[in-house]
Design a protein around this ligand. Structure first.
Ligand SMILES: *[C@@H]1O[C@H](CO)[C@@H](O)[C@H](O)[C@H]1NC(C)=O
Ligand SMILES: *[C@@H]1O[C@H](CO)[C@@H](O)[C@H](O)[C@H]1NC(C)=O
Ligand SMILES: *[C@@H]1O[C@H](CO)[C@@H](O)[C@H](O)[C@H]1NC(C)=O
Ligand SMILES: *[C@@H]1O[C@H](CO)[C@@H](O)[C@H](O)[C@H]1NC(C)=O
Length: 424
C-alpha cells in the first residue's frame, strides 16, 4: 500500500468489477486539471472516460515493442512506450522536475479511441506536462531524456563510454525547442526507420494543440502507469483503472462523433501554422467530409491565407509540399496524385483574391508535382506531352502586384494578421 500513499493519483479509482463506465459518460469533476481550469471555456464536456475496449487498445499501444534505430553501428533499442515514459518520468522527478501528467497525443490517441479510423497511426506522440521557467530546465529535460536511453541499450554495451551527445547523435531524429510568449515546449524525437518515431514532447505552455477535431485527442496516462506500478494482477476488463481522454477541440462527444464518422471540423484555422491546409487536403483524400459544406468554404479561405502567409516563397512551398508527401504518403503512392489534385482544387477556389501571379505559380507547382508523381508511377510513359495539358500560365507580371503578406515580419499567434481579403 506504500505505493498508494506515495503517489498523488488516488483520485483515479480502480473500478475493479464495479462495472466499467461506458465511453461518453459525462464526467464528474474529478480530473485535477479540470478543477484548475474550471470557469474556462474548456469545461468538463472536453473530457470522457474510456471504455474497456479503448483501455485495452491503449494497453497494447503502451506495451508494444517499438524499435529505435541507431545510426551507424549503434544497436537498435527495443523500447515500449510504457517503459520509456516510466523511465523518463521517474528520472525527471529525481532531477527535481515535477511531471504534472503524461498524455498520449494525436493519431495514436485517435487509434485508441476509434480503431481503423482512417487516419492511420504512425507517430507515437507523448506529452509530458512540466514547468519550463528557464533555459536550465530545458537543458535538464534534454539531458535526462538522453541519459534515460542508456537504460535501453542491450546487455554488454559499455555504458560508461557513451555520453549524452553520442546518444543524441545515435538515436535522436529531431530536437526542437520553442520559447515564445505563448509557447514553451521542447521535443525530442527518437528515430524509427518505418516512420513510427517516438516523439517525446515536454510542454509548459502551448497555444494551439490541434488542427482538426479528429486529431484533437489526448489520453491521460497517469492512472494506467500507476496501475502498472502497483497492481500485481494483469490488466483485464474487470480490473483496470479509470482512464480519461480529453479533446482539445473542446467538446469530446462531438469530436468523437467526427472521428467515428470521418467528418472534418475545426476552429480558427488561421491560428494553425500553414493554416492546416495540407492536413485538410489529406483528410479529404482519406474520404473525410466537411461537417458543414457552407462554413468550410470560409474555412478553406482562412487555411489558404495562412498557408501563403507562412510560406510566401514558391521554393519554400515546394519544399514543404515535398516533405509532406514524403512523410504522409510514403506507402501510399497511389493517393499522392489524388491528394495533389484536391489540394489544387482548394487553392484554386480559395485564393481568388490573391495576386494572380502568385496563385498561378502555386497552382503550377502543384500540377507539376502531380505530373511527377504520375511519371514516377509509370502511369504516364512520358511527362512531356502531359505538361502541355496543364499549360502552365506564361509568366505574367501582375500590374496589381499587391503583395500584402511579404511585408510582415514572421507571423506570431498574438498579433492580428491579414487573412483573406474580400474582393474590392
Ligand atoms: C498533438 O497532436 C496533434 C495532432 O497531430 C498536433 O496538432 C498537436 O500539436 C499535438 N500537441 C502537442 C502538444 O504536441
Ligand atoms: C479553378 O477555379 C475556377 C473558378 O473558380 C474554375 O473555373 C476552374 O475550373 C478551376 N480550375 C481547376 C483546375 O480546378
Ligand atoms: C518524351 O517524348 C518527347 C516527345 O514526344 C521526346 O522528345 C522525349 O525524348 C521523350 N522522353 C522519354 C524519356 O521518353
Ligand atoms: C506527344 O504528342 C505528339 C503530338 O501530338 C505525338 O506525336 C507524340 O507521339 C507524343 N509523345 C508521346 C510520348 O506521347
Amino acid at each position: 500500500m506504500m505505493c498508494w500513499a506515495a503517489q498523488p493519483h488516488t483520485l483515479y479509482l480502480l473500478h475493479a468489477a464495479f462495472g466499467a463506465v461506458g465511453a461518453g459518460a459525462p464526467l464528474a469533476r474529478t480530473s485535477p486539471k479540470m478543477a484548475e481550469e474550471s470557469g474556462s471555456p474548456r469545461d468538463c464536456v472536453s473530457f470522457s472516460v474510456l471504455n474497456w475496449d479503448q483501455v485495452s487498445r491503449l494497453h497494447e499501444v503502451l506495451t508494444e515493442v517499438v524499435p529505435i534505430h541507431g545510426r551507424g553501428n549503434f544497436p537498435t533499442l527495443e523500447i515500449t512506450l510504457k517503459d520509456i515514459v516510466q523511465t523518463v518520468r521517474s528520472q525527471l522527478e529525481e532531477a527535481g522536475i515535477k511531471v504534472q501528467d503524461v498524455r498520449l497525443n494525436g493519431s495514436a490517441a485517435g487509434h485508441v479511441l476509434v480503431k481503423d479510423n482512417g487516419l492511420g497511426c504512425k507517430d507515437l506522440d507523448l506529452i509530458f506536462h512540466v514547468a519550463l521557467p528557464t533555459e536550465a530546465e530545458f537543458q535538464l529535460v534534454r539531458d535526462v531524456v538522453l541519459c534515460s536511453l542508456l537504460n535501453f541499450l542491450p546487455e554488454g554495451v559499455n555504458k560508461l563510454k557513451i555520453s549524452p551527445v553520442t546518444l543524441k547523435e545515435a538515436y535522436v531524429q529531431k530536437l526542437v525547442k520553442v520559447c515564445t510568449d505563448t509557447d514553451r515546449w521542447s521535443l525530442i524525437s527518437l528515430s524509427n526507420k518505418n516512420g513510427r518515431n517516438v516523439e517525446l514532447k515536454f510542454v509548459d505552455s502551448i497555444r494551439r494543440q490541434f488542427e482538426f477535431s479528429v486529431d484533437s485527442f489526448q489520453i491521460i496516462l497517469d492512472s494506467l502507469l500507476f496501475f502498472y506500478d502497483c497492481s500485481s494482477n494483469p490488466i483485464s476488463e474487470h480490473l483496470h483503472p479509470t482512464v480519461i481522454g480529453e479533446s482539445m477541440y473542446g467538446d469530446f462527444e462531438e469530436a468523437f462523433d467526427h472521428l467515428q464518422n470521418r467528418l472534418i471540423a475545426t476552429k480558427n484555422p488561421e491560428e494553425i501554422r500553414g493554416g492546416g491546409l495540407l492536413k485538410y487536403s489529406n483528410l479529404l483524400v482519406r474520404d473525410f467530409r466537411p461537417t458543414d459544406q457552407e462554413e468550410i468554404k470560409t474555412l478553406e479561405r482562412y487555411m489558404c491565407s495562412r498557408f501563403f502567409i507562412d510560406f510566401p516563397d514558391i521554393l519554400e512551398q515546394q519544399r514543404k509540399l515535398e516533405t509532406y508527401l514524403q512523410n504522409h504518403f510514403a506507402e501510399e503512392e497511389r493517393s499522392k496524385y489524388d491528394y495533389l489534385m484536391i489540394l489544387r482544387r482548394v487553392v484554386n477556389e480559395s485564393t481568388v483574391c490573391l495576386m494572380g501571379h502568385e496563385r498561378r505559380q502555386t497552382l503550377n507547382l502543384i500540377s507539376l508535382l502531380a505530373l511527377r508523381v504520375l511519371a514516377e508511377q509509370n502511369i504516364i510513359p512520358n511527362a512531356t506531352n502531359v505538361t502541355c495539358y496543364y499549360q502552365p500560365a506564361p509568366y505574367v507580371s501582375d500590374g496589381n502586384f499587391n503583395n500584402y503578406y511579404v511585408a510582415h515580419p514572421p507571423v506570431t499567434y498574438s498579433q492580428p494578421y491579414p487573412t483573406w481579403l474580400p474582393c474590392n
